[in-house]
Design a protein around this ligand. Structure first.
Ligand code: ZN
Length: 310
């Protein structure tokens, strides 16, 4: 099993876009700065969607510019389409990720594009990335969303996910990630799908899992991913965000619990857990109405806890 893991904090994007409250720009900056100082090396800081659709993300360009000034941090944004990619490149992101819904019904309902239209959009973005000069070329990844099941279609064909992953690679993306957008995944399914997709596109082209903890299986799914060689996991501080399809459920897997599990297992995350736990105060203070999840923050660290040696 891998000796080190990258944790990609997605709370400022996935968490904040899922709640109604709009976090003030200065609070976002304080959150991102504090997490970077705790050792988080990759943060998805926002989304280049039209502000009319998601006012929570209206300040993304400003947040990217700020995050770029922080040392040792890869700055990631979500992009919905070519126009979003142009804005992300202009802002100078290190990495951008486009969600590609494996459920065609979900794709049509969400972004009004069927699978061929999405693949054409992905190819146009890959071409745009390739046309940039070397220093300005962001890493371009496709997130295979609703890969483990869809709230409209129900189960999604695993063969179809593998086929679409291959088509996305052929369109020119650097790698794909697997996303349990709906919190449907179980560990056996994670094992099966990671194996199948790596088998089709190459073992070094699927490195990231994006998991939600909707049904409490988030960390079990991480374990399944680790055993199949996954090295990057998306997580959200305090599990911020919830789920629009399951009222009362938590959002992404909780960064604090994920760091605790990995470090306790001797897998290096580069993150100082004491510092990370203090970051919650920033989020709680600016979003007093939002529930924050996580067991480790409530229970504290076990006596004698030692973090993994770097
Ligand atoms: Zn998500």
């Amino acid at each position: 099993m891998t000796k080190s893991v990258t944790i990609s904090e997605v709370g400022p994007r996935d968490g904040l876009q899922s709640i109604d409250a709009v976090m003030p720009t200065e609070a976002k900056k304080a959150w991102i700065k504090a997490e970077a100082e705790a050792g988080v090396s990759e943060i998805e800081v926002g989304s280049f969607v039209p502000p009319s659709l998601l006012p929570q993300m209206a300040d993304t360009a400003e947040i990217v510019a700020y995050a770029k000034t922080l040392p040792n941090l890869d700055v990631v944004t979500l992009i919905p389409n070519l126009k979003g990619a142009e804005r992300a490149i202009a802002a100078g992101v290190d990495k951008m990720s486009i969600p590609f819904s494996m459920s065609e019904t979900h794709s049509i309902k969400n972004v009004r594009k069927d699978h061929p239209a999405m693949l054409a959009e992905i190819k146009a973005i890959a071409d745009l990335v390739a046309a940039q000069s070397e220093g300005q070329r962001p890493h371009f990844e496709v997130g295979l969303s609703t890969a483990f099941g869809c709230t409209i279609e129900g189960s999604v064909s695993e063969d179809q996910v593998a086929h679409l992953a291959e088509a996305a690679m052929e369109a020119g993306v650097a790698e794909v990630g697997l996303s349990d957008t709906t919190g449907y995944a179980n560990p056996a399914q994670v094992t099966r799908m990671v194996r199948q997709i790596k088998g089709v596109i190459g073992s070094d082209k699927l490195n990231t899992l994006h998991l939600h903890n909707t049904r409490g299986l988030g960390l079990a799914n991480v374990m399944a991913g680790l055993e199949e060689g996954i090295t990057t996991f998306d997580a959200s501080l305090g599990g911020l965000g919830g789920c629009p399809f399951a009222p009362g459920a938590s959002g992404n897997i909780v960064t604090e619990d994920l760091v605790f599990m990995l470090e306790a297992m001797g897998i290096d995350t580069g993150i100082n857990l004491d510092k990370l736990l203090k970051v919650r105060e920033i989020v709680a203070a600016s979003l007093p109405e939002e529930p924050l999840y996580g067991f480790t923050p409530d229970a504290g660290l076990p006596l004698g806890f030692e973090r993994a040696a770097a």
